[in-house]
Design a protein around this ligand. Structure first.
Ligand code: BGC
Length: 739
C-alpha cells in the first residue's frame, strides 16, 4: 500500500508541473518517471506501467521483428534494430521502456549468416564441451562473458540457454545443447543462463520442448507419454529454469503430442506456470507461431521474427480482430504485456538500459573461452600413455582438419563470427545453414610454440599417400578429424568426407597415431582399435587450438567427461535407420542415452561420463545419509597420480525392484574437484529427491517407492565403485515441489 501511495504521489507531483508545459509533455514526464521509480516488485511495477499504457502500446510489446535486412523484399527492417541480429521489439519511448534487442547467444554473441556486417565476438566452445566440464562455475563464467559482450554491443535479450536433451545423436544442433542427462544439462545450462543475466539482461531457455532433432522440425509431431516426458526433457527444462531463472522461454517449432509447441496449454501454462511457478514470458521461435487466439490463450506472450516469416499472428490487426470476435479476453493482452514488462523490470532492462557503447576486453574473454575448452576436452583413449607428448619427441606429423589454420565451429543461427577472418573461408555450404566458420586458432601453431625443440610438419590429408609418407617419418602422428553440424539439418554419425579412410591410412603408416576429433556430438569410430589415443575436442571455440595443444602436451591435465554416449554402431540407437520423420512416437520414453544402453545391455564405444586423465583419482569412504534436507553422499577423493589435475566425480543411483524407473541407474549428482598429487578432499553431493522418484500421472506428482537405494561413486556410467545402500521410505512430492 505504501509503495502504491508513494508512486501515486510521484505521478501527481509530475502532473502538477504539467500545466506549465502542456499536456503531452507532462504525460511524457509522468510516464518516464514511473519507469524510473524502482519501488515495488517487478510485477507491481509492470502493473503500474500497464495502467499508463494505451492499447496500441501494449500490442507493440507482443510482436517482434527480424533484425537483419536480407529478409523478404516486402519487409523493411526497423531502423532501430541492431543490423545482423535475430530480433527487435520496439520500445515505448514516452514511457521510458527501451526496445528489446535480441541476439542468439548460446555460444557467444551471434550474427545472422546473411548479414552484411558481422559482429566479432568471442566464441565459447560448443555446448557439449561446457557440459563435459561437469563444472557449473565454468558454465556461469562463460555465460557472464557472453552477456558482457552482448551488453557492450547493445543487446538486452539473449536467445541462449539451449537445453534440448540429446535424444537423437544425429541432431545437427547437438553442439548447441548440453548432452543426454537431465541433471547435468539442467545444471550446466541453468548456470549459463544465470551468468548471462548477471549483466542485467534477459536470457532465454529454449527450445521448449522436444525439439530434439532438426529433421521435420517445423512439421514433426513428436509424441511422448506424460510420465516419460516429465522424467526426461521436461525435467531438463525444469532444472535449467529453477537454477537459471531465465526472463524468457522460447517455444519450439515442432508439435508435441498433437499441438504446436507454441499453442500447447499443457506446455505453456500447466507445466511452465502452474507446476513450475515460472514468471517470465514466452516468445515463439522464429516462425513457430501458427495462430492468434489459440496461441495467446495457450500461454504464448510474444511472437518473434516477423519479416523472416510473413505471418504476424500477434500483429495489432490480428490481435484486435481476435478481441473484437471475443476469441481473446482484453485481460489476456494485459497478462501478456505485463509478463514482458515484469521480466524487463526484474532483469534490469529498464533500470539499467543497454547503450551499445561498452568496451570489450578481448583478452579476458578469450581466456574464459580457453579455460572452458581446456576443461571440456575429453581424453577418450590413451593406451600405453601415448599422451601427453613425450618431452623428447623429435619429429611430429600433424595431419588434416585444417589444423594449420584453426578449429571448426557449428552453423546456423548460433554462429559466432570471430575477430579477424574465418580461418578457412569458402568451404561448402557458403550460404545457409553455413557458412562453415573456422576460428583462427591453429593447433599446429600452438604445438610449435609449446614444443620449440621438435620438428612439426603438416599435411592437409587431401593426398592420403603424402600424409602416409609424412606419418612414416615421424615419432608421433596427430591426425585431426572434423564433422560439421548445423541448425536445420541432421548429420550422419561420422566424420565428414573421406576422413575415416585417411585415419586408417595414417594409422597403418605409423602405429603411434593420436586422433583429435572436433565434432558436434558423437561419431562412429571404425578405426578406434587401430590407434592408441583419441581426444574429443568438440567445437573448441575461439581459443581451441591453444586449448588442444595444452592438453596434448600435458600443460593442462585433461578432465573432461562425456556428457553423451558414443555408440559403437547405428543399430544400437533406439531409432537406428535415420532420424524420425513427421509423426513419431518417442517410444524409448525417458530411457535416453546411457539409460537406453544400460536397459538394453549394450556396450557403447565410449560410455556417458567417460574421460581419462594424466593423473589418477581414487574414491574411498563413500557414506550415504538421510538428513532433513534429503539424501547426501559423502566421499573422499584422492589424487593418487603424479600430476595436479581436476576430476569430475559422478554419483549414480539404482532403485529397488519394481521402482518403475526407466533404467537400471541414474546420475544422481556430481562434483568437480582440483587436487595436487597426493592430496585428498572430502566431497559432499546432495541428491535431488526428484531423481529418486518417478512421475505418477494419476496423483499427479513425484513418487518414490520405499526400499533399498544403492549409490556408487564413479569415473563413468560404466566404471562404478562399490555401492552403498540405504533404505528410504515412500515419498510424494507435488508437481510444484522445488529445492
Ligand atoms: C532458431 C532459434 C533462434 C532463432 C533466431 C531459429 O531458427 O531455432 O534458436 O534463436 O532462429 O535466430
Amino acid at each position: 500500500m505504501a509503495r502504491v501511495a508513494k508512486r501515486k504521489a510521484a505521478i501527481a507531483g509530475v502532473l502538477m508541473g504539467m500545466a506549465l508545459s502542456g499536456p503531452a509533455a507532462a504525460q511524457v514526464a509522468a510516464s518516464v518517471t514511473l519507469a524510473r521509480d524502482t519501488t515495488g516488485s517487478p510485477a507491481e511495477r509492470a502493473a503500474a506501467m500497464l495502467a499508463q499504457m494505451t492499447q496500441a502500446e501494449k500490442l507493440t510489446l507482443l510482436e517482434g521483428y527480424f533484425g537483419t535486412d536480407f529478409a523478404p523484399a516486402n519487409f523493411t527492417m526497423p531502423p532501430a534494430a541492431r543490423e545482423g541480429s535475430a530480433g527487435y521489439v520496439p520500445g515505448i519511448p514516452r514511457l521510458g521502456i527501451p526496445p528489446q534487442w535480441q541476439t542468439d547467444a548460446g555460444l557467444g554473441v551471434a550474427s545472422q549468416g546473411g548479414a552484411k556486417q558481422k559482429r566479432a565476438a568471442t566464441a565459447l566452445p560448443s555446448g557439449p564441451a561446457t557440459a563435459a566440464t561437469f563444472d557449473p562455475e565454468l558454465a556461469y563464467a562463460g555465460g557472464r562473458m557472453i552477456g558482457r559482450e552482448a551488453r557492450a554491443y547493445g543487446f538486452n535479450v539473449m536467445l541462449g540457454g539451449a537445453v534440448n536433451l540429446l535424444r537423437e545423436p544425429r541432431n545437427g544442433r547437438n553442439f548447441e545443447y548440453a548432452g543426454e542427462d537431465p541433471l547435468l544439462a539442467g545444471a550446466i545450462v541453468g548456470a549459463e543462463i544465470a551468468g548471462v543475466q548477471s549483466n542485467r539482461v534477459i536470457s532465454t531457455v529454449k527450445h521448449y520442448a522436444l525439439n530434439d532433432q532438426e529433421t521435420d522440425r517445423g512439421t514433426g509431431n513428436f509424441i511422448i507419454d506424460e510420465a516419460a516426458f516429465r522424467m526426461s526433457d521436461l525435467l531438463t527444462f525444469e532444472l535449467a529454469i529453477e537454477r537459471g531463472h531465465p526472463g524468457s522461454a522460447m517455444c519450439a517449432y515442432n508439435l508435441v503430442n498433437g499441438l504446436h509447441a507454441c499453442e500447447s496449454p499443457f506446455l505453456l501454462t500447466d507445466v511452465l506456470r502452474r507446476d513450475w511457478g515460472w514468471h517470465g514470458y514466452v516468445m515463439s521461435d522464429w516462425g513457430a507461431a501458427h495462430s492468434t487466439a489459440a496461441s495467446a490463450n495457450a500461454g504464448l506472450d510474444q511472437e518473434s521474427g516477423f519479416g523472416l516469416q510473413s505471418d504476424a499472428w500477434f500483429g495489432p490487426d490480428k490481435l484486435t480482430a481476435a478481441l473484437a470476435k471475443g476469441e481473446l479476453d482484453p485481460a489476456r493482452i494485459d497478462l501478456m504485456a505485463g509478463r514482458i514488462l515484469a521480466a524487463m523490470f526484474a532483469h534490469g532492462l529498464i533500470d539499467d538500459p543497454v547503450t551499445g557503447t561498452g568496451a570489450i576486453d578481448v583478452a579476458a574473454n578469450q581466456a574464459v573461452a580457453q579455460a572452458d575448452a581446456e576443461a571440456g576436452i575429453v581424453l577418450l583413449k590413451n593406451d600405453g600413455n601415448r599422451l601427453p607428448i613425450a618431452a623428447g619427441a623429435k619429429r611430429i606429423a600433424v595431419i588434416g582438419g585444417h589444423a594449420d589454420k584453426g578449429v571448426i565451429s557449428g552453423g546456423g543461427s548460433s554462429q559466432v563470427y570471430p575477430d579477424g577472418e574465418n580461418a578457412v573461408p569458402g568451404l561448402k555450404p557458403t550460404g545457409w545453414p553455413g557458412p562453415v566458420v573456422f576460428n583462427p586458432s591453429s593447433p599446429l601453431d600452438a604445438l610449435r610454440k609449446l614444443l620449440p625443440g621438435t620438428r612439426i610438419d603438416y599435411a592437409s590429408g587431401d593426398d592420403p599417400a603424402a600424409a602416409a609418407k609424412l606419418a612414416r617419418g615421424a615419432d608421433l602422428v596427430i591426425v585431426f578429424g572434423t564433422q560439421w553440424a548445423s541448425e536445420s539439418i541432421d548429420v550422419p554419425l561420422h566424420l565428414d568426407g573421406a576422413q575415416d579412410a585417411l585415419i586408417d591410412t595414417v594409422a597403418a603408416a605409423n602405429r603411434n597415431t593420436v586422433v583429435v576429433l572436433q565434432t558436434g556430438g558423437p561419431v562412429l569410430m571404425p578405426w578406434a582399435g587401430k590407434v592408441p589415443a583419441i581426444v574429443e575436442a568438440w567445437y573448441p571455440g575461439r581459443m581451441g587450438g591453444a586449448a588442444i595443444a595444452n592438453i596434448l602436451t600435458g600443460k593442462i591435465n585433461p578432465s573432461g567427461h562425456l556428457p553423451m554416449t558414443f555408440p559403437r554402431s547405428l543399430d544400437q540407437l533406439p531409432y537406428p535407420g535415420e532420424p524420425r520423420k513427421k509423426e513419431a512416437t518417442y517410444s524409448e520414453g525417458a530411457t535416453v542415452g546411457y539409460k537406453w544402453f544400460d536397459a538394453k545391455g549394450l556396450s557403447p564405444q565410449f560410455p556417458f561420463g567417460h574421460g581419462l586423465s594424466y593423473t589418477r583419482f581414487t574414491y574411498s569412504d563413500l557414506a550415504v545419509t538421510r538428513t532433513d534436507a534429503g539424501v547426501v553422499a559423502t566421499l573422499t577423493v584422492t589424487n593418487s597420480g603424479e600430476r595436479a589435475g581436476a576430476d569430475a566425480v559422478q554419483l549414480y543411483v539404482s532403485a529397488p525392484p519394481d521402482s518403475g524407473w526407466e533404467a537400471p541407474k541414474r546420475l544422481a549428482g556430481f562434483a568437480k574437484v582440483v587436487l595436487w598429487p597426493g592430496h585428498s578432499t572430502r566431497v559432499s553431493i546432495a541428491v535431488d529427491p526428484r531423481l529418486l522418484s518417478v512421475w505418477d500421472t494419476s496423483v499427479p506428482g513425484w513418487s518414490r517407492v520405499p526400499g533399498g537405494y544403492t549409490f556408487s561413486a564413479a569415473h563413468s556410467s560404466r566404471d562404478l565403485g562399490k555401492g552403498v545402500s540405504i533404505q528410504l521410505p515412500a515419498e510424494r512430492l507435488s508437481p510444484q515441489w522445488r529445492p
